[in-house]
Design a protein around this ligand. Structure first.
Ligand code: NAD
Length: 258
């Protein structure tokens, strides 16, 4: 039966989830935008999230990139400025520590902010691309995101140095497919995992939202850390309700002591 923190048993639930992680030969984390809110980066769907400020259809779709590039670039210019001021938080650091001690095999992330890597995590599977790079949808050129920040800063349109088409950040937009190799790697990791630790994802965007079920169907213990319910809480043996920055440090400390 699932142990839920909203039943007032948070310490007990953290201890039990830590035991599962300590006993696991191969554990994997799946993270979402809630991982980075404590770094000052708003998530998408919470109150105060990005979709409260902007309509995703107007700023985060391939159609928007093609038809209304000024709105699209304005959205990304604001995201990139926020990211430039952001640093990993204690939750990112706790996961990096777990990997460094050999108790976390990989992080699958829906985030494009690179904060796991900045915290020292090495095995990071990026499902939705990243904001380090610019990409040309026309000729598939990729290069540094500086091409975009510098062009926008100068008031010009970011153009591909190879084919002159408009370039976008190397993130997966709505209406685009996920990088297939990354998704296969993520699914494979979830099939092999004895524990899947899901942190800060509303689990509303597929196919990432299917991964907890994939892991569970292959025998994994699923732990969900989130500050609100998700549609897949029933799949988890442990639902730790609260902020990632409050739960991950004691969880990881308990794993290291076990
Ligand atoms: P989300 O905003 O849907 O969910 C974040 C979840 O984390 C929420 O349930 C929230 O309650 C929780 N949360 C927030 N702060 C928390 C904290 N400190 N501790 C614990 N929980 C916290 O984000 P998601 O699940 O990552 O969304 C899925 C993905 O969809 C995104 O990561 C994004 O990559 C992708 N997406 C991309 C675009 C785009 O721009 N191309 C557009 C929309 C969605």
């Amino acid at each position: 039966m699932a142990v839920r923190s909203d039943e007032g048993r948070i310490h007990h639930a953290i201890a039990q989830a830590a035991s599962a992680l300590a006993a696991s030969p191969f554990s994997v984390a799946l993270t979402g935008a809630g991982m980075s809110t404590e770094s000052g980066l708003p998530d998408f769907r919470s109150p105060g999230g990005l979709w409260g400020e902007d309509d995703p259809v107007e700023v985060a779709t391939l159609t928007a990139f093609r038809r209304t590039p000024e709105k699209f670039y304005d959205f990304y210019q604001r995201r990139l400025a926020r990211l430039a001021a952001a640093a990993p938080n204690v939750g990112h650091q706790a996961l990096a520590e777990l990997e460094a001690s050999g108790r976390l095999g990989a992080i699958i992330t829906q985030n494009v902010d690179g904060l796991h890597q900045a915290a020292g995590s090495r095995q990071v599977i990026e499902l939705h691309g990243n904001l380090r790079e610019a990409a040309c949808p026309q000729c598939q050129w990729t290069g540094s995101i500086r091409l975009i920040t510098e062009a926008l800063g100068a008031g010009t349109v970011p153009a591909c140095p190879r084919c002159a088409a408009r370039v976008k950040p190397n993130v997966v937009l709505f209406e685009e497919l996920l990088p297939q190799a990354a998704y296969r790697q993520a699914e494979d990791a979830c099939r092999r995992a004895a524990v899947l630790l899901v942190v800060g994802s509303s689990l509303q965007v597929t196919p990432a939202a299917w991964l907890p079920q994939v892991a569970r169907q292959h025998g994994a213990t699923v732990i969900i850390v989130n500050d609100e319910p998700t549609p897949f809480d029933h799949v988890a043996q442990f639902v730790l309700r609260g902020r990632a920055g409050a739960i991950l440090p004691p969880l990881v400390a308990a794993v290291q002591k076990a």
